[in-house]
Design a protein around this ligand. Structure first.
Ligand code: G4P
Length: 531
């Protein structure tokens, strides 16, 4: 197969949701349909235990296993599908944000009863910022939930999306009869039998056909006709170009647990989802079908075995082909590196591969060369941008608890930050180090890993910070900025890339500061200079 054909058959995407909406179940069902796994439960058992707060074994297990489940690749109807795992636990949200830089599209899972939840809002916001094409899957239709129209409204309002349903539920919960597939113009009847993977699909090209009344009863048939008329009146027709541009989002309904509506989702997905997209670098837009290889690191995983300090760097291939044992330029270090055992990932195993194509993810063994965001190329100096850090939610001072191990502590902090475990801020005033995380669980992970992998001990001290704001003065030499720096000296820090950050201690003080120094722009994302 030509390289062009290999690229054209690839679909690389992520599934995002609020914990418990059914992401893991859906992933598993997609793998089942793709024939990549034989039984349900294979992905499930890899999940982090819910609410784990201090179970270090669990953290270790999660870290190790998520290496295996970081990418799940399988073949379906001639397409090669790469699902990038996005951790469900909210404390690992930063990891999910980064993974979103490597996907070409996403599927958002929403629980029909709970509707749009907090985590979904945040994740979809990131997708919207990047115009990532989104398909919405409303899950758990076998349970009582919100009315379909109400839910579509909520999705539009809260997620600021423009939806168009491509399937529509017939009843719900106890009364759930099936789904009318607007995309394929047929009906799937729900049997309620979760072991049944093959659904009964009946073509209904004309909704007025009395077959419909026979299938689901006259009352349900009339309701469906009315509802579909309303759908047609209210929502625009599906427009593939608008979907690909991130301007319209098709919605499917189903029940992942019952494998219901999943095949329809997958069939539509392979038909409409984007092939690997071009990516903007600092220098230029890079197209997948260019001859020369380029890719970027979006995730780094430490080895589960602390005795082997090597890590796995995950590279998304943007252009050209990646070949084993070929020297590539590590742009930041300006040196050539060769990889003898690049890993590709399949549903239940990883495997050394000789060649990978745009859209694919390869895992490279790394002894500390890579940092998140690093670019690897055939030789051209390209810098991929767009792996931003968001303001953390928690902040604590980190102290050295064993002065004999200062070097180890610094090295450990340095490497963990390169992996993207948390963010480090160094206060301008006194050089004290502050660790910012998305979830409190990360502090335990850091403490544990510093001790077990680097032989260093740390303690934490509370620090009252509301938000980290990346500062951009309109006039860096102006009086207003100088005064801002002087007055706010106590709150100023540098992040790991040496960018200036204002650590606001409350929403109120942030607002006052913004009013008082309007020429000093505050950004809540570190990469405000990229679109
Ligand atoms: P997540 O990865 O998004 O966190 O969600 P996950 O798939 O783990 O699903 C969360 C819970 O919702 C699970 O139940 C799962 O079985 C259930 N679920 C998923 N899809 C459906 C569906 O279509 N209908 C119904 N009724 N339930 C669904 P659990 O009790 O937390 O776990 P388990 O004991 O079933 O493993």
């Amino acid at each position: 197969m030509s390289v062009k054909a290999e690229i054209a058959r690839r679909r690389t995407f992520g599934i995002v949701s609020h914990p418990d909406a059914g992401k893991t179940t859906l992933t598993e069902k997609l793998l089942l349909f793709g024939g990549a796994i034989q039984e349900a439960g294979a992905v499930k058992s890899n999940k982090i235990k819910k609410g784990a707060t201090s179970d270090f074994m669990e953290i270790e297990r999660q870290r190790g296993i998520s290496v295996a489940t970081s990418v799940l690749a399988f073949e379906y109807k001639g397409t090669k599908i790469n699902i990038l795992d996005t951790p469900g636990h909210k404390d690992f949200a930063e990891d999910t944000f980064r993974t979103l830089t490597a996907v070409d599209s996403v599927i958002v899972v929403i629980d029909v009863a709970k509707g749009v939840e907090e985590q979904t809002e945040k994740l979809v916001e990131v997708c919207r910022m990047r115009n990532i094409p989104i398909i919405v899957f409303v899950n758990k239709l076998d349970r009582e939930g919100k009315d379909a129209f109400e839910l579509l409204d909520e999705i539009e309002q809260k997620l600021k999306l423009s939806v168009t349903p491509l399937s529509f539920p017939i009843g719900m919960g106890y009364d759930f009869k099936g789904i009318y597939n607007i995309w394929e113009k047929n009906i799937n009847l729900f049997s309620g039998d979760s072991r049944k993977n093959i659904e009964e699909t009946i073509e209904i090209s004309d909704l007025q056909d009395t077959v419909l009344d026979e299938l689901i009863g006259a009352k349900a048939a009339n309701t469906l006709r009315e509802e579909l008329e309303l759908v047609q009146g209210v929502y625009p027709d599906f427009d593939k170009e608008a979907y690909l541009a991130g301007k319209q989002q098709p919605v499917f309904f189903g029940s992942a647990l019952n494998s219901f509506g999943v095949r329809e989702l997958l069939d539509c997905f392979v038909a409409i989802a984007p092939t690997p997209r071009p990516k903007q670098s600092e220098e230029r837009l890079v197209h997948p079908n260019e001859k020369d290889f380029s890719g970027f690191v979006f995730k780094i995983h430490a080895n589960m075995d602390p005795k082997h300090r090597d890590r796995l760097a995950f590279i998304k291939i943007v252009s050209g082909v990646f070949e084993r044992n070929t020297p590539y330029l590590h742009v930041r270090h300006n040196k050539k590196l060769k990889f003898s055992s690049p890993n590709a990932f399949f549903a239940e195993r990883k495997q050394i591969v000789d060649i990978s194509y745009p859209g694919d993810i390869v895992g490279l063994h790394d002894t500390g060369n890579f940092k998140i965001g690093d670019t690897l190329t055939s030789g051209e100096e390209i810098h991929y941008k767009g792996i931003p850090s968001f303001s953390p939610e928690h902040f604590r001072y980190i102290n050295n608890a064993d002065p004999m191990k200062t070097k180890q502590l610094n090295k450990g902090i340095d490497q963990l930050m390169d992996e993207g475990v948390a963010q480090l801020f160094t206060l301008e005033l006194n050089g004290r180090k502050v660790i910012g995380t998305v979830g409190a669980l990360q502090y335990e992970v850091i403490q544990y890993r510093l001790e077990h992998e680097y032989g260093a001990k740390c303690t934490y001290e509370p620090l009252n910070v509301y938000k980290a704001c990346w500062v951009e003065p309109e006039d860096p030499k102006g009086e207003e900025f100088k005064e801002f720096l002087r007055v706010k000296q106590r709150f100023m820090a540098k992040d790991k890339r040496n960018q200036l950050v204002f650590l606001a201690d409350s929403a109120f003080s942030l607002q006052m500061t913004q009013q008082k120094y309007p020429s000093v722009k505050m950004h809540f994302v570190s990469e405000f200079d990229v679109a």
